[in-house]
Design a protein around this ligand. Structure first.
Ligand code: ADP
Ligand code: 5GP
Length: 187
């Protein structure tokens, strides 16, 4: 019999460091990461099939029609969705899976998979969040403003999550999330 595996949903405002912390968790072998599909354009060095599957709106909508997503949502004008097949395969093999998605997607997953674990990553402060988002240097001013406005809305919904973790340093934040994995898989 496979060991108990958990589906962990990680959310948090843009720029809080979710991607950085998730990479660290994957490099520690703590979980598999679900590669989402999106209709937004690649940013910086992003590659198709690595950070995201970059799809046209038409292709994304045909995957919706084929019921290919565990969930999907719109965020700042683009579609984002989690392909269903790899997630189910990993869980059936006893592997933990991380979905790094925004809050609306989390609400949908929670309704379908009530045993999923929600982890909300908070920035140490709003000032530090803006600094990280700007420091990444990958968005236009208009996109930064949209994301900061959405960040405020999202932080108010952190109470929907099982755990709230502050990303002060990447190592400490990843340590705390690893402890959550250990606790939840031993239940
Ligand atoms: P998100 O995926 O939440 O949008 P990123 O992982 O892209 O955020 O991180 C945004 C920026 O903040 C990046 O430039 C990243 O290197 C930096 N960053 C992430 N975590 C930390 C941290 N703990 N301390 C300082 N900078 C960080
Ligand atoms: P970004 O454009 O910065 O990569 O992502 C924007 C937001 O979309 C982030 O909050 C990220 O977590 C979320 N996101 C990424 N993939 C998915 C997905 O498959 N589904 C949903 N609902 N949100 C996603």
């Amino acid at each position: 019999m496979n060991k108990k595996a958990v589906l962990v949903v990680i959310s948090g405002p843009a720029g809080t460091g979710k991607g950085t912390v998730v990479k660290e968790l994957v490099s520690r072998g703590a979980a598999e990461i679900s590669i989402s599909a999106t209709t937004r354009a690649p940013r910086g060095q992003e590659q198709n099939g690595i950070e995201y599957h970059f799809l046209t709106k038409e292709k994304f909508e045909s995957m919706i029609a084929e019921d290919g997503f565990l969930e999907y949502a719109q965020y700042c004008g683009n579609y984002y969705g989690s392909p269903k097949a790899p997630v189910d395969k990993w869980l059936s093999e006893g592997k933990n899976v991380i979905l790094e998605i925004e809050v609306e997607g989390y609400k949908k997953i929670r309704a379908k998979r009530p045993d999923c674990i929600g982890v909300f990553i908070m920035p140490p402060s709003v000032e530090e969040l803006e600094k990280r988002l700007r420091g990444r240097n990958t968005e236009t001013e208009e996109q930064i403003q949209k994301r900061l406005a959405r960040a405020n809305e999202e932080m108010q919904l952190s109470e929907l999550y099982n755990y709230v973790v502050v990303n002060d340093t990447v190592q400490e934040c990843a340590d705390r999330i690893e402890d959550i994995f250990k606790k939840e898989t031993s239940n």
